[in-house]
Design a binder for this molecule. Structure first.
Ligand code: KG4
Ligand code: ZN
Length: 363
């Protein structure tokens, strides 16, 4: 779309997890981006309930499209093509989106294209910061954690990923164990401010193993043990205990991400990219301690550091529309045989990821 279709209008649809989203892009300009969350529907269950999510997507998708089109100041007939998340994710939600896209494309007589949700995240730095290929990407959120060398819209090399929880999940569990509000990331970060990160000994999982794979479930176990020991010894947690536990946990996540990023950068830089760049995306990228550590690391290595704005890092449909525009520009389109894929790794040559956290499959 960059070169040959700069002004085409793309409608994007996203419904693979717990956000129903629609967006309209003209080239790289985001005309509208509507995201309807479902947090309150799942709040009582401690995770996303697939059946509830699927029903909510089916109910809200056309509303999201209507709003996105209205906010963009266009009519549906102005849409040149439709891009839709076709996986990976919770199958009911993905199906709702794919059916909607097929219906819209058939009704409008316009092309449509199925997009990998992770490719949407991974290509976002091109939409927001105009990065050129290849760049190194760390996707780090409540549902994702992986290092990718992004070489093209369909060309990714996964250098490593979590073998259990995603870091955002670990932050959320930490908050739950300490009685702090959800989402856990912001409340753990706020509680950790000014606290002593060295008071408690948290492990640094998988640093002893070569490569870029990560693990976070052990941190949660360590936290549980430390908390229970304190409760047993003193009958409860003091404010300072809570703060030091949060600081220690956060420092462990930061150190693990910094060391694995250092290794990923070394692999990436060994390819001598012309314009070396690193992008961090996902909810955890909002964490100042983690972000500062990775930014410093990039500066030390002469690598440009980017972090797309949070509203484009968290699940949204603008990223799907953008990824779709790159696919269409490369001559890719889908047809009525397009199926919804619960699992769809970006790098088919990499070993499958083991984790599939509270928000469904990670690849
Ligand atoms: O990308 P995102 O909004 O959604 C999905 O994972 O789908 O990421 C949300 C995750 C949550 O687990 C949340 O606790 C975490 O990102 N998060 C943070 C911070 N803000 C959000 N984690 C650490 N520090 C933060 N400041
Ligand atoms: Zn996502």
């Amino acid at each position: 779309m960059d070169a040959d279709m700069p002004d085409k209008i793309l409608l994007g649809l996203e419904s693979s997890c717990d956000d129903t989203a629609a967006a309209v892009l003209r080239g790289r300009e985001i005309l509208s981006s509507v995201v309807m969350g479902q947090t309150e529907l799942h709040a009582a269950f401690g995770g996303v309930v697939p059946e509830i999510a699927a029903r909510a997507h089916a109910e809200k998708l056309d509303l999201a499209v209507e709003q996105a089109v209205a906010q963009a100041g266009i009519s549906l007939q102005d849409v040149d093509a439709v891009a839709v998340t076709a996986g990976p994710g919770l199958i009911g939600g993905v199906l709702s989106g794919v059916m909607m896209a097929k219906g819209l494309a058939a009704g409008l007589g316009k092309p449509f294209v199925g997009v990998n949700h992770l490719a949407g995240h991974a290509l976002t730095p091109r939409l927001t910061d105009g990065l050129s290929y290849p760049y190194l990407m760390l996707l780090v959120s409540g549902g994702h954690c992986q290092f990718l060398i992004v070489r093209g819209a369909q060309d990714f090399t996964r250098l490593g990923g979590t073998i259990d929880d995603a870091p955002g999940e670990a932050f959320d569990k930490t908050a739950r164990l300490l009685g702090l509000p959800q989402p856990g990331g912001p409340s753990v970060e706020a509680t950790a401010v000014g606290a002593d990160e060295r008071r408690f000994a948290f492990p640094r999982p998988l640093l002893d193993r070569e490569g870029c794979d990560l693990s976070f479930s052990g941190l949660k176990t360590a936290l549980l043990r430390l908390r229970d020991r304190l409760v047993e010894a003193q009958g409860g947690l003091h404010e300072a205990d809570r703060a030091d536990l949060c600081a220690g946990f956060q420092a462990a996540v930061r150190d693990v991400l910094r060391e694995k990023t250092r290794r990923a950068l070394a692999l990436y830089l060994a390819e001598a990219p012309a314009e070396p760049a690193f992008a961090i995306a996902g909810g955890v990228a909002a964490n100042q301690a983690i972000r500062a550590a990775l930014e410093t690391l990039c500066v030390e290595h002469g690598v440009r550091f980017t972090a797309p704005p949070l509203r484009l890092c968290t699940d949204n449909a603008a990223m799907i529309a953008y990824a779709g525009s790159e696919l269409l520009a490369a001559g890719e389109t889908s047809d009525m045989a397009l199926s919804a894929r619960p699992r769809w790794p970006l790098d088919r040559s990499a070993a499958p990821l083991l984790g599939s956290g509270k928000k469904g499959a990670k690849a």
